[in-house]
Design a protein around this ligand. Structure first.
Ligand code: PLP
Length: 835
């Protein structure tokens, strides 16, 4: 704790400081009354406990601490806080491994709270929400990221309505983080040797309930200016800067964990950005066990999990090989004691030309023991993207599974929704396995659901009025300042659309026919109001032009009071929106949205979704929980597809959604609308929660990865050495493998299929031989073939029987590598087919 930021160390002041420095306050509202009492204006304005504390005069804090009421409240909060950290959690029962494993989580961005602005959007949202859920569930995660001096750009607008990129400074003293110190209380600096000398990484700690997030930055006064700038901006700069950031995150991040004495069993790569962490992890194992790089990497990868988040090749970070050579040559020689060519091969991929780009996703594939996509549909898309890395393997066997993302529900629920859910399903509802939650929500009466909806919408509408007036005043010149506030109505159907303005998200789909949209919004008997938000990357001119189109629409005289744009879409704007809207619109070009999370945030608050059947909505969308745009058929890409989808969306709004909202009974309650709300809340909220996702990761990935890693680590890495010998023998003999001719005989209603296989120097226990047959729109048939007698010419005969209901020619014998401890084909993609 630096003296600048900490109140002096009396126990009461320290207790308040500790509470403010634990980001637990961002989702647990027990301490809200404390912050409001300290500085009501700052708290209501910023919702930032740390800002409240920094701006509360010491004298005021001391005076309050001297009053028994305040002191009692504080003591009570401190006790509850300690209990929330220490009481046994879900993980204690879920994990039988002793000692329990530690999971290191790496991500370029974390969206935890607007008080710590080191995020851009969806990826950071997933990381932040999973970290909070890990805290709730007691999963021992330690997270690693970067501290950006300017974060991601903030959005402003010029007087003419052009987006402007603003970069306010993230002064570390004003962020809810503390510098990491060594055992002597001195600031920890992580050394990093590069070809031109020594540089230093600084480390910070953010507490997130039971979990800790470590952040690195390069802004050490002792570093050269070019190095100090590495961590200035998130997703700014060129390839060189990005590569350097990823080196700091991956290599620096893992090194920091080692310096802190941590030896995580599992390393979870949230996107390929941090894949260098596996190299540094191998480096540590080389040192610990005295083994060469290849064996160390074989051990490390068993404990590495890679989550891919993109649905398009352009979403992968790719670097010129020359750039990688320049930056990693020294590290490869000096730290990994290997040739840079070997590192390049890991990222250039299968059969690559020497000048092929170095792809961080290919690197991540080659340093991981398990790979997952982020929705069911995205699993299919990812298999197609990764298939070239598994040549001659059928797409269906590309080793990618999926864990659909979820959101941290306590972060995104409104106070009204929180109260409603607490009465229906209890206070600890997000700390366990959620089985009771669905049941409890189904029992909430229509009236209560609708009442909480009305309250939440009114709060958003109040906010919209204030923001709209402020912006009109600022952008429209003085004459607009005196205008009456726009007439947004607290009872009017409120529709939200907030997105990164990336073209594939089609933020202009609703504007396909602006007059039709205006008619939908302004019907006298059934009005609607639209609230838009979103940022376009400063270099994305097309995205900025789309924002301008919205600005033009909002200025139309006929839609005044029916549409507004909220500036600077960030977590606080997102929170207001998802709490208040009745309907959330999502219009990506299928299948480009890997998952999408914003629509999940409205679930708990009783908002409904109308969305393309892409990402998570391809799993969730159904008539009893919301609306699906389009007919589920593919209509190509381009203008006709857009026209088709836009028409579908308008038609849904005109004929189903808006009328349903206004179809009231004698008591003014839209019973059919509320029925959809209830079903959406009960069925979808638990399913698309980070709680569910983190439990899935724990059982399906973390615990198996930890066990595999420990097995490979045992006996000085004996298994890894064995795998290395197997791999060498396979590589040496593989090219000589030949299939002989196939013999097929019919025995009653079975085919008996026989084939000879010339294995050369490879022995039968090193391979598996199978019959393979495709099944249209289903999983393929794979039947093991049994080895029989060895022939005189060094060949081995293989036999299998299959049902004769399909032609024998459908079945093709194939041979793949086999080793009991190796994941096939992820770790070894040897495969040959009988022609
Ligand atoms: C939730 C959220 C996102 C991600 O939303 P998508 O639906 O995945 O596009 C982006 N930005 C902010 C500020 C968010 O709160």
């Amino acid at each position: 704790m630096s003296d600048m930021t900490a109140p002096c160390n009396t126990s009461g002041e320290q207790a308040v400081t500790d509470l403010a420095l634990d980001l637990h306050w961002t989702w647990n509202h027990a301490t809200d009354r404390l912050w409001r009492q300290l500085a009501p204006d700052i708290w209501d304005h910023t919702r930032n406990a740390w800002a409240v504390l920094l701006n509360t005069p010491r004298s005021r804090l001391r005076a309050l601490l001297a009053t028994p009421d305040f002191r009692d409240m504080l003591d009570q909060l401190v006790r509850a806080h300690a209990e929330s950290r220490e009481k046994p959690a879900w993980f204690t029962q879920a994990c039988t491994m002793a000692p329990p494993p530690t999971i290191a989580y790496f991500s370029m961005e974390y969206m935890l709270d607007e008080a710590l602005p080191i995020y851009s959007g969806g990826l950071g949202n997933v990381a932040g929400d999973q970290l909070k859920a890990a805290s709730d569930l007691g999963v021992p995660v330690v997270a690693v990221g970067l501290l950006y001096a300017q974060g991601y750009f903030r959005q402003g607008f010029s007087a003419t309505g052009q987006q402007e990129a603003l970069y306010p400074i993230n002064d570390p003293a004003q962020l809810p983080i503390t510098p990491v110190c060594d055992g002597n209380g001195d600031r920890l600096r992580v050394p990093f040797r590069i070809a031109t000398g020594q540089i230093w990484l600084r480390a910070w700690r953010a507490r997130v309930g039971r979990t800790v997030l470590y952040l690195l930055d390069t802004n050490d006064p002792d570093n050269p200016p070019a190095i100090r700038c590495i961590t200035t901006q998130l997703y700014g700069g060129d390839d060189t800067l990005r590569l350097r950031q990823e080196m700091v995150l991956g290599i620096g991040g893992w090194r920091l964990l080692r310096v802190l004495g941590l030896r995580p069993d599992v390393c979870h790569l949230n996107e390929g950005h941090a894949a260098f962490a596996a190299l540094e992890r191998a480096c540590g194992l080389m040192e610990d066990l005295g083994i060469p790089f290849v064996h160390a990497l074989t051990i490390a990868r068993a404990g590495t999990v890679f989550t891919t988040h993109t649905a398009v090749p352009a979403g992968f970070d790719r670097f010129a090989p020359e750039l990688v050579r320049r930056h990693l040559d020294f590290y490869a020689c000096h730290d990994l004691r290997t040739d840079i060519a070997e590192i390049l091969a890991l990222g250039q991929g299968e059969g690559a030309a020497p000048d092929a780009p170095f792809n961080m996703a290919w690197l991540a594939l080659r340093v991981s023991g398990a790979v997952n996509a982020v929705s069911r549909l995205h699993e299919q898309v990812s298999r197609a993207l990764f298939n070239p890395q598994f040549p001659r393997w059928p797409q269906g066997e590309v080793p990618v599974s999926h864990v659909t993302n979820g959101v941290h529900v306590p972060t995104w629920d409104s106070a009204a929704a929180d109260a409603l859910w607490t009465s229906a399903t209890g206070k600890d509802r997000w700390l366990g396995t959620l089985e009771e939650v669905e049941h409890g929500v189904r029992a909430i009466p229509d009236h209560d659901l609708w009442h909480s909806r009305m309250q939440a919408r009114a709060a958003l509408v109040g906010f919209m009025v204030g923001q709209h007036s402020a912006r009109a005043c600022f952008m429209g010149g003085r004459h607009e300042c005196g205008m009456p506030p726009p007439a947004f109505g607290p009872d009017v159907l409120t529709i939200g659309f907030a997105r990164r303005f990336a073209t594939y998200k089609r933020p202009d789909l609703l504007l396909h026919d602006p007059d039709r949209l205006a008619r939908i919004l302004t019907r006298a008997d059934r009005p609607a109001q639209l609230v838009i938000a979103g940022k376009a990357h400063p270099r994305d001119m097309a995205g900025q032009a789309l924002i301008t189109r919205w600005m033009e629409f909002i200025r139309r005289p006929d839609v005044q009071g029916h549409a507004t744009f909220l500036v600077d879409y960030d977590m606080s704007i997102a929170r207001r929106l998802v709490e208040g809207v009745d309907l959330w619109i999502n219009t990506p070009l299928r299948p480009w949205e890997a998952c999408g999370t914003s629509g999940m945030k409205v679930l708990v608050n009783g908002g409904l979704n109308v969305s393309e059947p892409d990402g998570w909505w391809a799993e969730a969308g159904a008539p009893d929980v919301g609306w699906v745009i389009g007919d589920g058929m593919d209509h190509g890409e381009g203008p006709s597809r857009d026209a088709h989808d836009a028409d579908s969306l308008y038609t849904l709004l005109e004929h189903e959604i808006v009328p349903l909202f206004y179809q009231r009974d004698g008591e003014g309650v839209p019973r059919d609308w509320v029925a959809i709300m209830r079903e959406s809340m009960a069925r979808l909220t638990p399913r698309f929660s980070a709680n569910r996702a983190v439990r899935h990761y724990t059982h399906g990935f973390y615990l198996p990865a930890a066990a595999a890693y420990r097995a490979r680590l045992a006996d000085g890495g004996a298994k890894a050495a064995d795998i290395g010998r197997w791999r060498q023998a396979m590589a040496a003999g593989w090219a000589d493998i030949r299939f002989g001719t196939l013999q097929v005989t019919r025995v009653a209603d079975r085919w008996r299929i026989h084939v000879d296989l010339h294995l050369g120097s490879i022995t039968p226990d090193m391979v598996r031989v199978q019959l393979y047959a495709d099944v249209p729109a289903g999983s393929p048939i794979v039947v093991p073939m049994t080895a029989g007698a060895g022939g005189r010419d060094g060949s081995v005969s293989y036999d299998a029987e299959v049902d004769a209901s399909r032609p024998a020619t459908d079945y093709t014998p194939r041979v793949t590598g086999f080793h009991p401890d190796v994941s096939i084909p992820l770790e070894a993609s040897f495969i040959a087919w009988q022609k």
